[in-house]
Design a protein around this ligand. Sequence first.
Ligand SMILES: Cc1cc2nc3c(=O)[nH]c(=O)nc-3n(C[C@H](O)[C@H](O)[C@H](O)COP(=O)(O)OP(=O)(O)OC[C@H]3O[C@@H](n4cnc5c(N)ncnc54)[C@H](O)[C@@H]3O)c2cc1C
Ligand code: FES
Length: 269
Amino acid sequence: MSDWAAIKENKQVGEGVYRLRLTAPAIAAQAQPGQFIMLRVSHGLDPLLARPFSIHGVDGDDLLILYKVVGKGTRLLSMVRPGNKTLSLWGPLGRGFNLDVKRPVLVAGGMGIAPIVFLADTLLNQGRKKLAFVHGAVTGKALFGGSEELRTTLLGRDLEPYLASEVEGEERYYGLIGVALEPALSSFPDSSPCGGVLACGPLPMLKAVAQICARHKVPCQVSLEAPMACGLGACLGCVIPAAGGGYVRACQEGPVMDAALVDWERTKP
Ligand SMILES: Cc1cc2nc3c(=O)[nH]c(=O)nc-3n(C[C@H](O)[C@H](O)[C@H](O)COP(=O)(O)OP(=O)(O)OC[C@H]3O[C@@H](n4cnc5c(N)ncnc54)[C@H](O)[C@@H]3O)c2cc1C
Ligand code: FES
């Protein structure tokens, strides 16, 4: 559904990273972890195309978005101030994560942390305990979107964290996300097997995660990022090579898909 949302907060929480709080009751009521919205990033007509953002959280009637400034649209969005103007959006869109997984391992690469927080919150609110949580970023500082607040909140919850960054030397940090994922898959205290990996991040990372899961024979759900112009299945801007030939639309058949349905050799980073 489409809506006009009041902006309650647009706060810088890390280097180039902002948290947006929008009041959108109808979308908030239906949002599932892994789903996204299409958001017009400014009050004017430029840029004309909306931008896709994962749902980072729901708080009553409010939707939370965690975003990084990478280009014109996100730069304009970072300048929007809370007040009486509204932004146009539509959603919730796409397929979210299947939550019916025993002993899930959550994996977030870089800004893939945005939807994984909503996923972790939802699973913990269902009563899950000691959720395995693998998170990687280019530097240790960039973990948690560079947000101290998010780091403190998340690490204060009932999670078993495995953190990976290319900067070595800190306790519990691992060189590569794969190196962090391996122990997460095998270290459940009661030795019960991991029932599935739920991952979001850049394509090369998702490819590595999919390969590790295939090796361990663990089901893997990946949330795919692709350029999106409509979010509604019409423009075909978001197609991803499918295993067995052809393509799937990330906005319709995804963004969360079974990793086995993707032809990783034909994906472009
Ligand atoms: C389903 C989905 C969910 C997303 N969720 C989030 C989120 O929660 N937080 C967040 O920060 N970003 C998220 N993104 C990415 C976000 O949509 C883009 O960063 C944004 O559209 C960039 O707009 P822009 O005008 O600032 O940049 P542009 O001017 O359009 O592009 C600037 C640069 O960023 C690159 N770029 C643009 N879009 C993407 C993309 N999707 N993936 C990789 N590189 C890209 C371009 O190639 C270019 O180099 C998501 C994307 C998808 C498809
Ligand atoms: S974004 Fe238009 S078809 Fe997917």
